[in-house]
Design a protein around this ligand. Structure first.
Ligand code: MV4
Length: 447
């Protein structure tokens, strides 16, 4: 097992990784920008190294500085968290070249899944249902027109280097194809330095349901159930829950088995998430994420599995500590992402937290680096806390979530706590009756 792990991230996820390490008897190295010298993960870590100025390119994305920090502190392994370098294949391979273990999948699997066209083909060949669409990249306007005709309108043009929603173009009729195709390629080139695009049937009102998978590269591959992540605004998830209120146990078992079998067959290692759109009772693969996700705690709450601990164990060469039969799903969990933003306008609200009182009690978890007196820097993602609540069933979970949101005090800045308090009182949400467009309409107060 590793003796020392360098945590190449910041905020609540750096703290989450630190906690798993300490519980395993592993020392931790925090890295940080000059803007994060007072951050909780830096205070708690056994050692810390300043990487550079606030700009992420000079600090949390600065590979030479991070490799140097790992070298001078004598770390054995690096955990990338989510975002930043977590899905940068070159980071994984450079670390290995320098003798450090990257706590995550191989550089090859990161690259494969980073290419959305190759990823779709790889999972389809291994039994995963995909959105009907082009066989691969679309190379010309005429190919775009003929493919759209075959698929049937509406269609969606997506960037192979994309993900996260940037550069997508909906095409509703033949006379829109040419402009949309040109636009998609131009945007893809500008955003991802790769103008490869592909085409799919556009699903109008799907849910976003993702399956958590875990594999050890030694034949062990399991799923940890699904999460419903349909509540998003501008491609940012706002609230996630497990299980999905839209599925029955037969549907869950079926998609879970498909996902676990696929990762076993492609030789995947470590934690991963297979994202699906779910419409009219059918699952359609869209993307695979090769990292620990922000919303992993809802899965931890319903399975009792410490996913970061398992990531570290698997990266050190151990087989998975459980089989599919060992995993049992208990109750319901919901995560609210609390950001330092105005709850109606979403204008960022960095600054000093003057008073801080997180909720507690039965089955309430808060993952956050906040403390009274802390100043939230303006340079990074606005996520400042995750409130995760468990209940024996969804209705108990919702009651507990309401009282937890009422208890939560974060003074001095604006947060999205009031938005969450409104969502959990809404009858559509209470009934589990929502799709990927629901939250945008709710925020626009059309509901
Ligand atoms: C889609 C889709 C409808 N049909 N693909 C958006 C982000 C990217 N990861 C995939 N996305 C979508 N792909 C087809 N064929 C609708 C979306 C989409 C979406 C997906 C998940 C959650 C929120 C979303 C909001 C808008 C569009």
């Amino acid at each position: 097992m590793f003796k020392k792990v360098l945590i190449a991230n910041r905020g609540e996820i750096a703290l989450r990784i630190h906690r798993a390490c300490k519980e395993m008897g592993i020392s931790t190295v925090a890295v940080h920008s000059t803007a994060d010298a007072d951050a909780m993960h830096v205070r708690l870590a056994d050692e810390s190294v300043c990487l550079g100025p606030p700009d992420a390119k000079a600090s949390y994305l600065n590979i030479p500085a991070i490799v140097s920090a790992a070298t001078i502190t004598g770390a054995d392994a690096v955990h990338p968290g989510y975002g930043f370098l977590s899905e940068e294949a070159s980071f994984a391979s450079i670390l290995e070249v320098h003798g450090f273990t990257f706590i995550g999948p191989t550089a090859e699997h990161i690259s494969l899944m980073g290419d959305k066209v190759a990823a779709k083909q790889a999972v389809e060949e291994n039994g995963v249902p995909v959105v009907p669409g082009s066989a691969g990249a679309i190379e010309s306007t005429s190919e775009a027109r003929s493919t759209a005709q075959e698929i049937g309108y509406p269609v969606l043009i997506k960037a192979a280097g994309g993900g996260g929603g940037r550069g997508m173009q909906v095409v509703r009729s033949a006379d829109e194809v040419e402009a949309a195709y040109t636009m998609a390629r131009t945007e893809a080139k500008a955003s991802f330095q790769n103008d490869t695009v592909y085409m799919e049937k556009f699903l109008e009102r799907p849910r976003h349901i993702e399956v958590q998978v875990f594999a050890d590269g030694q034949g062990g591959a399991v799923h940890l159930g699904e999460r419903d992540c349909s509540l998003q605004r501008r491609h940012q998830k706002v609230l996630e829950e497990a299980r999905s209120p839209a599925l029955d146990d037969t549907q869950r078992d079926k998609i879970g088995k498909i996902a676990a079998d696929a990762v076993r067959r492609i030789g995947y290692v470590n934690a991963g998430t297979i994202e699906f759109l779910f419409e009219d009772g059918e699952f359609y693969f869209i993307e695979m994420n090769t990292r620990l996700q922000v919303e992993h705690p809802v899965t931890e709450m319903i399975t009792g599995i410490d996913m970061v601990r398992e990531q570290i164990r698997v990266a050190s060469g151990s087989p998975l500590s459980f089989t599919q039969e060992d995993i049992t799903f208990r109750g319901h969990a919901i995560e609210c992402r609390i950001t330092a933003e105005h709850p109606e306008t979403f204008v960022p609200s960095p600054g000093q937290v003057t008073n801080y009182h997180p909720p507690g009690g039965m089955s309430v978890r808060v993952d956050s680096g906040l403390y009274a007196g802390y100043s939230i820097p303006p340079y990074y993602d606005s996520l400042v806390a995750k409130l995760i609540v468990h209940g024996r069933d969804r209705s108990e979970c919702l009651m507990r979530l309401r009282r937890s949101l009422e208890e939560y005090v974060i003074a001095g800045i604006e947060t999205t706590i009031p938005l969450h308090a409104k969502i959990v009182e809404n009858s559509d949400f209470i009934n589990g009756d929502y799709d990927i467009h629901w939250l945008e309409r709710f925020v626009a107060e059309e509901i």
